[in-house]
Design a protein around this ligand. Structure first.
Ligand code: PLP
Length: 281
């Protein structure tokens, strides 16, 4: 892993207990897919990183090309062919005090990478995943990819304990916002793809953005609007998007099967074709 200027073995890689990421969850992160040893859609991830940092007024600790070099180096040193690279930037190390530290305190930077089991993920996708619904209980700025993920941790655990893979947050108006670590999509019986518009109420997923660009080329229609769990259960298909899962079919919501309970045709096609539209570096 890379930790504040040094490459270390994972077991020796650690941060100061006064790091504001540890004390206050005062930091942001990115997760990119690695495929064929290359990082997928890195420029878009770095663009979102800049958004998260600037919204929280955390300084960019180095130029983006330097961050990119470090991320590639960590991937190379870990010999990851298929997996993820994780980047975290916090407001740095300072004596514990809620207010920002002096401007001279440098942000902390951590990068790690690990392999994922390709065959296992393909198998999960072949069967599709189950989703539960869960009350939206996060702060109203989830467009910022903050490391403050306690509500997401609890939602994901609730899903696991219910024998499901993901939890879809449902807002006070009864509409799905997104998953605990993914964006939520449905496909209507007319073949229209529906996903919530990227406002402060969802994380603007990179996989979501790449897929939206791809839809035009694939001559598929998109509606960016909220949908209810009921509409999702009655939809033709459903899926989630995230960098570590790409397009993952959803076959059941709150114990109710979607259509015939197997991954949908359009969803499978989107999963197969996704990387044609991705940028590798
Ligand atoms: N929404 C949330 C809450 C997430 O944590 C994630 C990714 O981890 C996503 C959406 C999907 O974003 P991306 O496609 O950039 O991985």
């Amino acid at each position: 892993a890379y930790v504040n200027g040094c490459y270390k073995n994972m077991r020796d890689a650690s941060v100061n207990i006064e790091d504001r990421g540890f004390q206050f969850a005062d930091g942001v992160y990115e997760v990119c897919e690695i495929r064929g040893g290359r990082i997928v859609d890195l420029p878009r991830h770095l663009g979102r990183l800049q958004h998260s940092l600037s919204e929280l007024r955390i300084a960019l600790p180095m130029a983006l090309p330097a961050l990119s070099v470090i991320m590639h180096e960590v991937v190379r040193r870990n010999r990851v062919n298929y997996g993820i690279v994780y980047l975290q930037i916090t407001r740095g190390v300072a004596r514990r005090d809620h207010g920002f530290p002096a401007a001279s305190v440098p942000p902390s930077v951590v990068v790690s990478a690990r392999s994922l089991n390709f065959a296992k993920n393909q198998n999960t996708a072949a069967h599709g995943i189950k989703v539960i619904t869960y009350p939206e209980n996060r702060w109203p700025r989830v467009d910022i990819k903050s490391v403050a993920l306690l509500p997401n941790v609890l939602a994901k655990q609730a899903a696991r304990e219910a024998g499901a893979y993901e939890a879809w947050y449902v807002d006070v108006d009864g509409f799905v916002t997104e998953g605990s670590s993914s964006n939520a999509w449905i496909i209507t019986h007319d073949g229209v793809l529906v996903t919530r518009a990227a406002t402060d109420a969802i994380l603007s997923g990179i996989t979501r953005a790449v897929l939206i660009d791809a839809l035009a080329t694939m001559q598929l229609t998109l509606e960016q609007r909220p949908f209810t769990p009921q509409e999702a259960i009655q939809a033709a298909e459903a899926f989630v998007t995230a960098s570590s899962q790409i397009v993952m079919p959803v076959v059941m919501i709150d114990g109710k099967a979607i259509a015939d309970g197997i991954p949908g045709r359009i969803t499978r096609k989107l999963r197969e074709e996704f990387h044609r539209f991705a940028l590798f570096s």
